[in-house]
Design a protein around this ligand. Sequence first.
Ligand SMILES: [Cu+2]
Length: 599
Amino acid sequence: MRLPALKGRWPSPGGGFVLAGVCCLLAWCAAPQAGRAGQAIGAALDPCPRPAAGSALPQPVDLRSENGELRLDLRIRNARQKDGSVHYCYVLADGAQAPTLRVHPGDHVLLRLHNEIDNGQLAAADRLSPMGQSLCTTPPARTADPCASGAMGATATNLHFHGMTLQPVCHQDEVLKTSVPAGAPFFEYRYEVPRSEAPGLYWYHPHIHGFSSRQVQGGASGALIVEGLERSVPEVAGLPERVLVIRDQELLNPQAAPARSEPTPPKSLMESDGDALNNGSGFGKPAKDLSINFVPVPYPLYPPATLRMKPGERQLWRVLNASSVTYLNLAWLVQRRAQPLGVVAIDGVARQAAGGVPGGPLWTDHLMIPPAGRAEFIVEGPPAGNTGLLVTRSVDTGPAGENDPNRALAVVQADPQAPEPASRLPGPSASAAVPATDALTPLRQLQPVRTRRLYFSEKPLHPEDPNSPTEFYITVDGRPPKVFDPKAGVPDIEVHQGDVEDWIIENRSNELHAFHIHQIHFLVMDLSGQPLQEPFVRDTVNVPYFKPQMLSYPSVRLRMDFRDPNTVGTFVYHCHLLEHEDGGMMGTVRVLPRHRSKG
Ligand SMILES: [Cu+2]
């Protein structure tokens, strides 16, 4: 279910759901302010230029730590496009966008963030929080303390290092209070990558409540790699690697009819504004376009990005779904047949076989990645004279979900002269030393100290008005549903560091949601009561949607791991369909210091 604001249907001030008492705020909301407001809008001045559809697939630039340290200055900028959408980007001094940060466990990171978001490049609707208490928040003053302001506004930003077990404190990985105003001095993120951090693919993105979706959908995201995957998975040692960041964005051709090769959906499957309802058919207009390393793959023809590989060459593809709402269901096709993908890591953590020992690749012919999820897998180049096609197959997101049809992402030409990818994993000789990490007991072998039940639900703000925005909730069972309140001083859940708990997450709505929690990983123990033997831990998991004929709500049981001392503090869990998170589907957990009795 979408928020009207994000669908181009934002009502004019004074319309149906503008609440009383916001006139003074609207003055700021509606008026472009100083700065570069006088500039023409267009690609020539766009600090976030994007490749054309059908371009050769670029690789994000790699920034590698040296002598145990990674230092960088990152600027976040934005630019309104002719169609009204706004690009956001993380740029380096030379203009390179969305660098891949490469670190080793134990490295020190010093990242200085400069917020150059330009209010003049925002449309009035961009300045409105999608839901709730204040429809438009005033911008925090440049002099506000970024660690304490908690100001959630359209021109504020911050960073979340998704999947990392960093401390939830300011300057590390805290998003509840940290808010960097536009134009403020460089804001420092400084932390040590935990020595126990699993090697694999993580990412960074903004996390300003109410505005995350727009900034991420505009392109504010990048990959972060903890090096050393070849030590956990010897099969990837020496392989060339590619980072593939898949993002979603507003449709480039929203008025276009579906391609002639597609079946025409019946009228009953259309929304009132002509969009195809989600029906799981695999066809029709998607809710969002996708891009791969910023090469757009627009509806309706989906011209794929292009790539060359040596025939039959094995590569490690590190795929980040940085979409704001779009699920991926990847497949790798040669002559229309799905080829095996050797999955070695999910959400930054290598496969663990029974007993917690490293496992080799798990071969599959398709791979579902929810928004914010990552998958790292081995692919084999197409045989000589052939092409391969990376596609995402349709995901049925539920009757209230977004239409997410079949589409191509990249076409791969087998070419003996194909250039080497920019990066290659160290060979076997360099990977002999397995890092001595704390050998924690595998989650599956532990008994949870307690079980909690939470559920996703949603309802229109004004049930009598189908166009009113949707309120989104994640609720601890037994309490009244409420949208997330950034000002609430009391956490929704308290746990103790050192504990392992089971959380059952139900979905009581008729669309998919993706549960994510900061700071920790979890093991999915069962799906709607059916035990699973997953060999991966995750930080984001899909929760199936409810159908009226079901006898109980679909659910996942997650074994939550609060053993790491870095987890002490307060942090958030939420749906990672960011329109839902911005619309209220978030809660807080406080991890208290370890029980004394446990020493
Ligand atoms: Cu959701």
